[in-house]
Ligand binder design. Structure first.
Ligand code: NDP
Ligand code: 2IT
Length: 451
């Protein structure tokens, strides 16, 4: 049995049912780093892998709040502090009914390696709740956030753990969470990132993840001697923070993003997505994409249930480059085959782990340029770290300054990942490159810090 198989068997035996998704993330990393573990005795001697896959601690707590009918509601809150070898715990909060410990462990684990790849001093964490902000009034969201922070504030701090947004958590939620933290502690400090600009948020944090994915892809295509994105048809899934800003940057550079999707359906607009309308529907009204075709009847709306079982409408649209920006495992083997048959050259993950393992194998074996999430979507957390730096020095950087630094970080990550892949004999495999480069950085710090 190889070392990778031995470790996978060991971790599988102690995994719970909820951990299946965490296991998926872990398995990929173990296979990627197996050659490194075999050749570098020091990682084995220090039991780095066994230590890395166990979170430092997990907080799980009850969140009670009053809805608009004055009924008492009960949700569960979590914070998974995974690893702080490189800096304070850092990672988003997700509010979605599907949230459980397994999902947050997967996200926290990915965050360790992602944050390491940025080259910035941040560790890995994730948190959230099974609370569903959809359909709730602003007042209900505020009451939930206040109650959530009543417990969370005990575990976080600007040098301890700095949460941010993720699915279902944007500037509105971060604002309410920050307000409550301040009320409890009387301390105005950079304990959360993704804050509105007026009380310490960084310019460009809302745009950072989506823009970063495009900057990464531009660099990857250049390094792989492929044609650039200008003038090319691109498909994007999702219609939230990451998807909207990926679409925005694609439009800036002259590409043609023809799709977006939400949990109910997909929009296919061959003329290119109308960004102002998309923002109005999803950011201002928090509505459904179905509304898009009321303004543009020539666009196509494909409801989720109208699509043949097993595949997703958005990945059946012919494109040069694809950008999954909604959620985990939203792009499966069938979808990968559809993309490949239709001539797709590049896939970049804006969401966390949107492609299933078999989809990834298909991309790699067909030589599709594939940018894995932990490298491609690191722009969000990178600008979060810039926000921490601005808060610590009581200063504000301009939009242009942040943009230049973001571009630089994304280019550096891309180059480091590509070079690492080459060094380890898997040239062009950005999955292995990202896993090895991220792992090495964290592992070396863990060894230097002792047990
Ligand atoms: P948002 O909540 O802003 O948007 C999520 C979008 O994905 C919504 O359009 C939502 O649809 C759609 N969606 C969610 N679940 C599903 C599903 N099961 N099927 C189809 N569509 C779905 O979240 P973000 O844009 O912030 O996050 C998207 C992804 O990017 C996540 O994987 C997140 O972890 C990752 N990410 C986010 C970062 C950030 O800075 N925000 C940074 C790095 C990664 P609907 O509108 O109907 O709810
Ligand atoms: O997945 C992610 O990188 C995020 N949700 C952003 C984390 C952060 O701390 O900005």
């Amino acid at each position: 049995m190889s070392l990778a198989e031995e470790k996978i068997k060991k971790f599988e035996s102690v995994s719970s049912e909820q951990d299946a998704i965490f296991f998926q993330a872990m398995e990929e990393v173990i296979y990627s780093i197996a050659p490194l573990l075999e050749s570098c005795d020091i990682y084995k001697k220090n039991s780095i892998l066994d230590r890395l896959v166990v979170p430092d601690r997990i907080f799980k707590f009850k969140v009670t709040w009053l809805n608009d009918q004055n009924e008492i509601m009960v949700n569960t809150g979590y914070r998974v502090q995974f690893n702080n070898a490189l800096g304070p715990y850092k990672g988003g909060l997700r509010f979605h009914p599907s949230v459980n410990e397994g999902i947050l462990k997967f996200l926290g684990f990915e965050q360790i390696l992602k944050n390491a790849l940025t080259g910035l001093p941040i560790g890995g964490a994730k948190g959230g709740s099974d609370f569903d902000p959809k359909g709730k009034s602003d007042f209900e969201v505020m009451k939930f956030c206040s109650s959530f922070m009543t417990e969370l504030h005990k575990y976080i701090g600007p040098r301890i753990d700095v949460p941010a947004g993720d699915i279902g958590v944007g500037a509105r939620e971060i604002g309410y969470l920050f307000g409550e933290y301040k009320k409890i502690t009387s301390s105005f400090e950079g304990v959360l990132t993704g804050k509105p600009f007026m009380f310490g948020g960084s310019l460009m944090r809302p745009e950072a993840t989506g823009y970063g994915v495009i900057y990464f892809t531009q660099t990857m295509l250049e390094m792989e001697n492929k044609e650039s994105l200008e003038g090319k048809i691109c498909t994007v899934s999702g219609a939230g923070n990451v998807a909207i800003h990926a679409i925005e940057k694609l439009l800036h550079i002259g590409a043609i993003p023809v799709s977006c999707s939400d949990s109910r359906g997909t929009i296919y607009d061959t003329r290119g997505i109308d960004l102002a309308l998309l923002k109005e529907i999803k950011l201002e009204k928090r509505g459904s994409l179905e509304e898009y075709v009321k303004t543009f009847p020539e666009a196509k709306y494909i409801p989720v249930n109208d699509y043949p079982q097993g595949a997703h409408a958005v990945w059946d649209i012919p494109c040069y480059a694809a950008f999954p920006c909604a959620t985990q495992n939203e792009l499966n083997e069938l979808d990968a085959q559809n993309l490949i048959v239709n001539g797709c050259v590049s896939v970049s993950e804006g969401a966390n782990m949107p492609s299933t393992p078999t989809a990834i194998s298909n991309f790699l074996s067909h030589k599709v340029c594939f940018a894995p999430a932990k490298a491609a979507n690191a722009g969000g957390v990178a600008v979060s770290e810039f926000e921490m730096a601005q808060n610590a020095s009581m200063s504000h950087w301009t939009f242009e300054e942040v943009d230049t630094k973001l571009k630089n970080v994304m280019q550096q990550i891309c180059k480091r990942v590509a070079l690492t892949a080459k060094d380890y004999g898997v040239e062009g495999n950005y999955v292995d490159g990202a896993n090895i480069a991220g792992f090495k950085k964290v592992a070396d710090a863990m060894i230097a810090e002792g047990i």
